[in-house]
Design a protein around this ligand. Structure first.
Ligand code: NAD
Length: 341
């Protein structure tokens, strides 16, 4: 299935199909060019070998150690230096083969090398297949603060291959499902209903449908508001507190696990909060933030650094009013912390 993303000159297609990884080379190598495949040490090597074989002689591989802690300037510099030493020019390309960490970092490398070269994304985690591979947000972290340095840089194409998830640990499946559930809660009641009325973890056949629905919902938002001037902020539902918890817990929790902790506090009614907590629980995610926060001051400090900070010391956040209905609100860091209680 092909889902087009219509963004004028930056338009591109998302190919979602079993075996999509094998379709990438034909599209990328339409031009005779060099390609830098970026991956991390946790992505099974067989995927990179398969991709490199199909890309042919022009392709080189850059592998960095897995984990959010490596989404930083040192790793970025390593990728850029590899391309420089290999003589990459503006007509060459970067391909991300990995989860959101690889995609964000490789995308930023593509955005900055010689002021921007072509970027392709082959996401290999569920989180990246339902969310991060589409929309053009690229970034690295700085001094422990998430995504502080980055750029909007749309990929030329995205290839989503659900078969690549076969090697993914179950904790990472729950992590990815959180972002899809978030999308359903704010923007697609049918998608949310899938989570509410099915034991998704016991039905792997549903995953492809979830990927299609979640990525379509994200595409619809990005087409309206590419640069997060307004509507796109809805994708941050659960992320304002989630990011702050992620920064303050020293990266011991996964991104989706932190977002799950940040979702119930941002529901308007107690009933809705309960409904979201239950549905998150069904996909293996804990929502009891108190268990993971040893010192609220560290969360407060992270909130004040939040890049979404608005003027007057208030932070933009998304309040869920009902499934499929939300409101943008501005809260002080202290008001946000109170919501955790
Ligand atoms: N750009 C965006 O719009 C956006 C949106 C949401 C999240 N993000 C970012 O995404 C990142 C999180 O992404 P993630 O959850 O994919 O984490 P990740 O990229 O760290 O991947 C998780 C782990 O799975 C391993 N892995 C990857 N593919 C695998 C496979 N097929 N089989 C087995 N292991 C595999 C990786 O090596 C890694 O250890 C965060 O940095 C977050 O900020 C970006």
């Amino acid at each position: 299935m092909i889902i087009p993303v219509r963004l004028g000159e930056a338009s591109y297609d998302i190919e979602i199909s079993r075996g999509a990884i094998d379709l990438a080379a034909e599209k990328i190598m339409k031009k005779d060019r060099k390609v830098c495949v970026v991956t991390d040490s946790g992505v099974p090597t067989e995927y990179a070998e398969r991709l490199l074989a199909s890309l042919g002689n022009g392709a080189i591989l850059q592998v960095f150690p897995q984990g959010e802690a490596n989404k930083n300037f040192d790793t970025l510099q390593g990728v850029l230096r590899t391309m420089l030493e290999a003589g990459f020019t503006r007509s060459d390309a970067v391909v991300a083969l990995g989860g959101g960490v690889v995609g964000d970092l490789a995308g930023f490398a593509a955005a900055t090398y010689m002021r921007g070269i072509d970027f392709y994304n082959i996401p290999t985690t569920l989180l990246s297949q339902v969310d991060s591979s589409v929309g053009g947000k690229t970034a690295v972290d700085l001094d422990g603060y998430k995504n502080m340095i980055g750029a909007f840089w749309q990929p030329r194409a995205v290839f989503i291959d659900p078969d690549l998830l076969a090697t993914l640990p179950s904790r990472q499946i729950s992590n990815g499902l959180c972002e899809a559930l978030k999308m359903g809660a704010t923007s697609d009641p049918e998608l949310f209903e899938l989570f509410e009325s099915n034991d998704v973890l016991a039905k792997p056949d549903l995953i492809e449908e979830i990927i299609i629905k979640a990525i379509t919902a994200k595409r619809d938002v990005v087409e309206i508001d590419e640069r997060e001037g307004g509507l796109r902020k809805v994708l941050n539902f659960g992320h304002t507190l989630g990011h702050a918890i992620e920064s303050s817990c020293g990266l011991s929790l996964l991104h989706g696990e932190c977002v799950a902790l940040g979702i119930p506090p941002m529901c308007e009614s107690a009933e809705l909060k309960e409904r979201l907590a239950k549905t998150l629980g069904n996909i293996g995610l804990d929502t009891d933030a108190a268990k993971y926060i040893s010192d609220k001051n560290t969360v407060l400090e992270a909130l004040t650094h939040d890049k979404k900070s608005a003027s007057g010391g208030k932070i933009s956040a998304v309040l869920l009013k009902d499934i499929g209905s939300f409101e943008f609100v501005k809260l002080t860091p202290e008001e946000l912390i109170e919501r955790l209680d």
